[in-house]
Write a protein that binds this ligand. Structure first.
Ligand SMILES: Nc1ncnc2c1ncn2[C@@H]1O[C@H](COP(=O)(O)OP(=O)(O)OP(=O)(O)O)[C@@H](O)[C@H]1O
Ligand SMILES: [Mg+2]
Length: 514
């Protein structure tokens, strides 16, 4: 046995009914390294992770852990052997407090009272080291996505683990939080813990990765060391940090391995009609928002950018009738009186929510059944649901969005993360609303699909739809939006026009409160 290798994967296969998710994958994971796995949506990354962590059983090939055959039958069994996982979809229970979430399933009771255990204190220490604003008695539904994720990370770290698997941990974190997570990853590495790290943000690999494995369509395309992919012959001559140009070039190489072609993203000015105002927001205030003013025009893509917690999602919630506010909102020249989502939909708005698992989809239903949900009359025939219309609609959107699935009958819960997001967007587009709001539209979506989704959004704007994009990814905003609303701490800091070579330093200083 090679003692350097902690996990050895040979000819690993996984077949789901009708889908070969892994088709004979070979690679090694070195002990104490940060090993990244990248690939398009549906390439098989999460499937590999699930086999390693006991959530799925392999259908063929072999997996060795510490030199011995390893075939965990449950997540528990993998954890007991030192392999813990932080899943792509968050697993916290919203109705409970932070403390209750941490003790769920391992309540330590005495005389009928739940006791605080040492384990809980240890987990709380980890939480505080990641985010000191989280308190034990906070109901989890008041925490941001990022904070919920911190709880999940701490839960995974609190068991004694030698391999920690992270499936897209940074997808919903702000830059600042990503920094903190990476510091944690580095600390764990120093303690000898092996990290398996999945991300669609390829540049992250060059900050924390030691190795990267590329999957494409269930196959392993290549495994390389990070210095090697960055163009260094040996690790000895390789710097600790890479400059932007090196990272950009190395990412291009990775994309080529992932999808076999190169993608260029840049801002294409749209043909917005600045004479037709579709939405006007005047002096809007609430618990989180302070005096918000902006306008949205026909055919325009308006971007909201700010760090996590700046108030982007809150603007969306007010517009969508979810939260109360003072001030005035007019849609199409009419004062908006609606107080709920149904009213907002009737007024001509539709939204793709930030957290798809909660607000976006019915996982147990098929793709076909999910897509018409925001506009049932699109599939009705004389008062009954027409299967023919449903099928036609599903085919149209699955084609348009390149949804990778067995067929339209596949339950959405069994799609890969990025493909679930495409179904959420399809469902919203089918609403055919005049104003389409998308909150973090390409979270968890691979680089190729991201560009496809951006292209779809541009087409919609060119057809005369008005679009609002809320995003914490600056490249998404600067590649896509015609005007950019910069938010800081519940305020609009500035509204600027986009252009090629937009001043990124200026944007960063405004959203940081400068
Ligand atoms: N439980 C399941 N039942 C049936 N098919 C599944 C199941 N889980 C995954 N698949 C299929 O296996 C393939 C690989 O999915 P997987 O989730 O591993 O992709 P991924 O690389 O993690 O993608 P993403 O980047 O979108 O998260 C996909 O075609 C997916 O639809
Ligand atoms: Mg996945």
């Amino acid at each position: 046995m090679n003692n350097d290798v902690i996990v050895e994967v040979r000819g690993l296969t996984k077949e789901f009914p009708g889908v070969k998710a892994l088709k004979g994958v070979d690679f090694d994971i070195k002990r104490g390294s940060v090993h990244c796995v990248v690939g398009e949506n549906g390439a098989g990354k999460s499937t590999f992770i699930k086999i390693l962590t006991g959530a799925h059983r392999r259908t063929g090939g072999s997996l060795k852990y510490n030199g011995k055959d390893f075939d965990p039958k449950s997540i528990r069994e993998a954890m007991d052997n030192g392999i813990s996982v932080l899943y792509q979809e968050l697993n916290v229970v919203d109705d409970l407090t932070t403390e209750e979430n941490l003790t769920l399933g391992k309540e330590n009771t005495k005389w009928g009272f739940i006791r605080k255990s040492e384990g809980l204190n240890k987990t709380m220490d980890i939480i505080r080291s990641l985010d000191d604003s989280i308190e034990l008695d906070m109901p989890v539904d008041q925490l941001s996505v990022a904070q919920k994720q911190v709880i999940e990370i701490a839960k995974a770290l609190s068991t004694d683990c030698s391999v920690l698997v992270m499936d897209e941990p940074t997808a919903s974190l702000s830059e600042d939080e990503v920094r903190r997570l990476f510091l944690t990853v580095k600390k764990l590495k120093e303690q000898g813990i092996t990290i398996v790290f999945i991300s669609h943000k390829l540049s992250e690999i060059f900050e924390i990765g030691d190795y990267v494995t590329v999957f494409r369509d269930g196959e392993m395309i290549g495994t390389k060391s990070v210095p090697e992919i960055a163009g260094y012959d040996d690790a000895a001559g390789c710097p600790d940090t890479f400059d932007d140009a090196t990272v950009a070039e190395a990412c291009t190489e990775l994309v080529r391995m992932m999808i076999g072609k190169v993608i260029v993203q840049e801002y294409v000015p749209s043909t917005s009609d600045y004479s037709t105002k579709l939405l006007e927001v005047k002096n809007v205030n609430n618990r989180r928002l302070k005096n918000i003013n902006f306008e949205l025009y026909k055919g325009e893509i308006l971007g909201f950018y700010g760090l996590v917690g700046a108030g982007k999602t809150e603007v969306g919630r007010v517009l969508y009738g979810i939260d109360d506010y003072e001030g005035e909102i007019s849609v199409n020249g009419k004062k908006a009186e609606y107080k709920n989502v149904i009213g907002a939909l009737d007024a001509g708005l539709a939204m793709v929510p930030e957290e798809r698992r909660v607000d976006g989809i019915f996982g147990q239903l098929s793709i076909r059944a999910n897509i018409p949900l925001m506009r049932m009359d699109s599939v009705m025939n004389s008062g009954l649901i027409s299967r023919i219309k449903e099928n036609r609609l599903a085919d149209k959107f699955m084609n348009m969005m390149s949804v990778a699935a067995k067929d339209r009958e596949q339950a959405v819960a069994f799609l890969s993360g990025g493909n679930q997001q495409k179904v959420v967007i399809a469902k919203c587009l089918n609403r055919d609303a005049d104003i389409i709001m998308l909150d973090e539209p390409t979270r968890g979506v691979d680089v190729g699909a991201k560009e496809e989704i951006h292209e779809i959004i541009r087409d919609l704007a060119n057809e005369g739809k008005s679009i609002i994009v809320f995003s914490s990814e600056l490249p998404e905003i600067t590649n896509l939006c015609d005007r950019i609303v910069l938010m800081h701490d519940g305020n609009v800091g500035e509204i600027m026009k986009n252009q090629k070579d937009v001043d990124v330093d200026h944007i960063m200083s405004v959203v940081a409160g400068g």
